[in-house]
Design a binder for this molecule. Structure first.
Ligand SMILES: *Cc1c(COP(=O)(O)O)cnc(C)c1O
Length: 401
């Protein structure tokens, strides 16, 4: 068995929906991954912002192993203690009142959409409510999540998608205001647009939207799937702005590797939206993911991970700013905490491919942005190492072009 045969077998068996990097990853340790040939990679992708604790956290692994030996799954027809504990901890961390666990981010978005629609329906009995979402947003690949994803490239072949969605420009309050009608039941956006190119919401936008929602009786849904779970230095990015949503979604780092998402809401919404029979999931919130979420939230606290993110991210920002100054084809840095983007005039795919050769995993966001979403446990020395490797990659590009 070698790398080429591994890759060929996978290409022949799996549906070809990804153009993968030519590497077969096998194991992880701390903030490093190793491939089947034992080559070491510094991981600044974290499985797309999932592996917040890196790899091989003992406490996390032990919690999962213990739960596997006890009970994996029971369905939502019965009570289970791990999910109750996970829910209580997540509500405490978010200040929300109710949570529904899903198996992915897209399903969390689906659930939030259903909740706001049901809320609006119970309020006025109409069935033609609208949601305002943003251009360049990303909310997932299911049909409902695509219906609120403002990117033609992801949507076009799958039209018609569920309707009743209007798109406005992110960080443009006037543009959102223009799309409001008497049917608008919710406004949805990412506090930091991820796939769309790492654009943080402005303070004015966050506060302005909150005010609009209050005045017009519209629910605010914030998608924290990528930017949440500590990545910005707050548990959830909205906490930085002091703008609390009526509903929010989480996933990615929520389980640090087990497939779990969640949509959460205020009691006021919960009381008048989804009821028994309205929504369900076979796996969602089973004992295994309950144990994972619970362990993750405990570990965040014990490590004081949010303080760590604030400290190490300001160092990363300095280093990335210096990089942008140094290379004329790097034009800007955007981001908050450990979700950062660097805009490049050179093809982003060429850079990430070169970085891989140098033993660095980084990914893209949109067509021209290098995305940095490392494990939250990285140290300054890993930032230094990343910069060295990235420069090696960039130097070869400069040379070749
Ligand atoms: C990744 C992502 C999703 C979709 O999550 P999946 O688990 O891939 O379904 C939704 N919203 C945002 C902001 C994301 O980054």
């Amino acid at each position: 068995m070698n790398k080429e045969s591994d890759m060929r077998r996978e290409e022949e068996a799996l549906l070809h929906t990804y153009n993968r990097f030519p590497v077969v990853l096998e194991r992880g340790e701390g903030v490093y991954l190793y491939d089947t040939e034992d080559k070491k990679y510094l991981d600044f992708a974290a499985g797309i912002a999932v592996q917040a604790l890196g790899y091989g956290n003992q406490k996390y692994n032990e919690a999962l192993k213990k739960q596997i030996d006890k009970l994996l799954h029971t369905s939502n027809l019965y009570y289970n203690r791990p999910v109750t504990e996970a829910a209580e901890k997540l509500l405490a961390a978010s200040g929300m009142d109710r949570v529904f666990f899903t198996n992915s981010g897209a399903e969390a978005i689906e659930g939030a959409i259903k909740a706001v629609k049901k809320y609006a329906y119970l309020r006025d009995g109409h069935t033609d409510h609208e949601i305002i979402a943003m251009n360049h947003s990303f909310h997932g690949r299911t049909l409902g999540a695509l219906s609120v994803t403002g990117n033609k490239h992801y949507r076009e072949a799958f039209e018609p998608l569920p309707g009743g969605v209007r798109f406005a420009d992110f960080n443009d309050l006037k543009s959102v205001e223009r799309e409001i009608t008497d049917k608008t039941c919710a406004i949805l956006f990412e506090v930091v647009q991820g796939e769309g190119g790492i654009y943080p919401a402005t303070v004015e936008f966050m506060k302005g939207i909150k005010k609009l929602c209050k005045e017009r009786g519209i629910l605010l849904i914030l998608d924290e799937i990528q930017c949440g779970m500590g990545r910005t230095g707050e548990m959830f990015a909205w906490q930085k702005y002091g703008v609390k949503p009526d509903l929010m979604t989480s996933a990615k780092a929520l389980g640090c590797g087990v497939p779990v998402g969640a949509f959460l809401m205020a009691e006021r919404v919960a009381k008048k939206s989804l009821e028994p029979g309205d929504h369900g999931t076979t796996y969602g919130g089973n004992p295994l993911v309950g144990a994972a979420v619970s362990a993750v939230l405990d570990i965040y606290q014990e490590m004081d991970l949010l303080s760590h993110v604030r400290e190490v991210s300001s160092y990363l920002e300095q280093k990335l700013d210096a990089l942008v100054k140094e290379y004329e084809f790097l034009t800007a840095r955007r981001g908050v905490g450990l979700i950062q983007g660097v805009v490049t005039k050179k093809t982003v795919g060429t850079i990430t491919a070169k970085a891989l050769e140098k033993g660095l995993l980084i990914i893209s966001a949109g067509s021209d942005v290098l995305r940095f979403v490392p494990p939250l446990v990285i140290e300054k020395e890993h930032v230094d190492e990343m910069i060295v490797k990235l420069k090696e990659a960039l130097e070869e590009l400069t040379f070749e072009s």
